[in-house]
Design a protein. Sequence first.
Length: 96
Amino acid sequence: MIIHLGLKIKSLRMERNLTQKQLADMAGVAANTIYSYESGNRYPSYGVLISFARIFHVSTDYLLGLKQLKSIDVSDLNEQEVHIVLQVIDLLKTRK
């Protein structure tokens, strides 16, 4: 199932309780540009797409619909912090 890039951006933004203005400030674009992306009227440049991937901690492949699974960037965490993140994920999965 292919999900529209704009809908993915909007979904990720809403999951993090960000306004379009907040996301725009983080990505270095205007708020109306975020609206254009989310509505499918415009597509982000490579640089903005990479910014979104970093902001949302997902891969560009995920944003583009090439990968179905979300990934979490833990490259800035130490081993103990990664272990804690994995434990939290396991705990959340078992709650369902």
